[in-house]
Ligand binder design. Structure first.
Ligand code: ADP
Ligand code: ZN
Length: 204
């Protein structure tokens, strides 16, 4: 997507499970845009203040200044009209409203790069990513490494009990797993690292 003429806008989507390098890839592209002397604005949801309020942070502690917002409509109210590249991390926390806004930005000539989870803790499509993928000019699916077997991992395995769609990931709440090792929802206790060794019972 490097060679376009005029002010053609577009949407680039980066999707995959946790630990797959979405934030790193987003930052890599934004740094290149800065090197190309483009004006860049980066947004992230305030829900994700695990590491920093005004930076996006990868699991390897790569950082970049960003604006923390509660609703995606703030992208529009905070947008500097001169901005050419708009980066949005943790897109899955923004809900369906992001789809229309990403489209509007692209239609008005902005390069929009969104990164987010494409599936939830049950392995289901995680809105609004599916719609963003159909609208995007470019899609990158990043894979992590399954911590159980070492194969490429497309799933985010939740390790704590909850039926909420969003449980903000404290360390140890999630891990990456391949399709074979993934267990929708919460895995059986026997597979958890902190679980005690299985009790030998009369039945076993
Ligand atoms: P994401 O935004 O997709 O959650 P990050 O960009 O924050 O991912 O972090 C990716 C980095 O996390 C990798 O480059 C790697 O160093 C590290 N990492 C930790 N656990 C894993 C794993 N299971 N698979 C792949 N990378 C991992
Ligand atoms: Zn596996």
């Amino acid at each position: 997507m490097d060679f376009v003429s005029g002010n053609l806008g577009w949407i680039e989507a980066i999707c995959g499970p946790m630990f797959s390098g979405k934030s790193e890839e987003l930052m890599r592209r934004l740094r290149r845009a800065i090197i190309a002397r483009k004006r860049v604005q980066v947004f992230k949801p305030i829900i994700d203040n695990r590491y920093s309020d005004d930076e996006i942070v990868s699991h390897t502690d790569m950082r970049m200044k960003s604006e923390a917002i509660t609703r995606v409509s703030e992208v529009m109210s905070r947008l500097d009209w001169r901005t050419q590249v708009v980066g949005i991390d943790e897109a899955n926390f923004f809900g369906q409203e992001l789809v229309e806004i990403a489209n509007q930005l692209a239609d008005s000539g902005k390069q929009v790069i969104v990164a987010g989870l494409d599936t939830d803790y049950m392995g289901r499509p995680f809105p609004p990513m599916p719609d963003l993928l159909t609208l995007a000019e470019s899609i990158t699916k990043t894979l992590a490494i399954c911590v159980r077997c070492g194969n490429p991992a497309k799933h985010t395995q939740r390790l704590v009990e909850s039926s909420e769609l969003i449980v903000v990931g404290a360390a140890g709440s999630y891990e990456a797993r391949c399709r074979r090792c993934f267990e929708p929802g919460v895995p059986k206790q026997e597979y958890l690292d902190f679980a005690r060794p299985k009790q030998v019972t009369a039945e076993s």
